[in-house]
Every structure is written in C-alpha cells, then in structure tokens.
Design a protein around this ligand. Structure first.
Ligand SMILES: [Zn+2]
Length: 131
C-alpha cells in the first residue's frame, strides 16, 4: 500500500527556507574548494560574497548553513564576509538609473512605473583568503 501524502506533510516555510540556503551553500563550497585546489591551499580563512538585496538570501541562515556543512573540513572556521548589494533600477521611459528604496518601483525622475532591475539579485563569490 502506498503511503499517501497529506498536504500538511510539506515542509514548514522556515524549514523550506533553510533548504534553500543549504543548497546555495553547497554550490558555494564546491566553487571555493575548486579555487583552493587551484591555489594548493590547505585552509580557508575567509570568503567574501556579494549578496543582492532581492536574492532572498538571509545572511544569518547562510552563515549558519556554512558552519554546519564545513564542520570537520578544511573550510571549518572560515569567516563569511557578506556584502549586501543594493537594489538598482533603470526607468524604461526616461532611462535614468536610481536606487530602489523600500521596494518603491517608481522612477524618481519621471514618475514612470516601468522599472527594470539592474542589480540586487546576485550571489557572487568575490574573493577567498587561504593558507
Ligand atoms: Zn523615468
């Protein structure tokens, strides 16, 4: 007999969110390990990341996942330095560029509402410090 899944079997939002961070950290670690191998590094001191305001990444959760996954590895104890990238937009009507503050998607120059985002969605590894 098949086990039937009820709707309330789905992960709670908090768990789901942590899973999101976990998978991000796992791919991040892959990249860091590759970089370390290229540099014949034995220990990671720190890694600097750029995190877009709109990337739906919670820095604390990322930090937590990182320390859990790297425990007992050559990455253990490394510091994650996270630079938040503000949300920037460009107006499709008058082409002016501006910072989007508090998710107000309105052009401060012409008042237009057709805004394209330029930055704020990224997650990038900028540099690593190794031993
Ligand atoms: Zn405009």
């Amino acid at each position: 007999m098949l086990h039937s899944r009820k709707a309330d079997d789905s992960p709670t939002p908090a768990v789901y969110f942590l899973m999101h961070e976990m998978s991000i950290v796992q791919s991040l670690i892959e990249i860091i390990k590759e970089e370390m191998a290229k540099n014949a590094a034995v220990k990671l001191r720190s890694a600097r990341l750029q995190i877009g305001q709109m990337s739906a990444i919670v820095p604390d959760a990322l930090d937590f996942c990182f320390s859990v996954i790297t425990e007992g590895t050559e990455l253990e104890g490394a510091e994650l330095i996270m630079d938040m990238v503000p949300l920037k937009g460009v107006c499709r009507k008058c082409a002016s560029e501006f910072d989007i503050v508090e998710y107000a998607f309105t052009c401060p120059t012409c008042g237009g509402s057709e805004i394209e985002t330029l930055s704020g969605h990224e997650l990038a590894l900028i540099e690593i410090e190794v031993e």
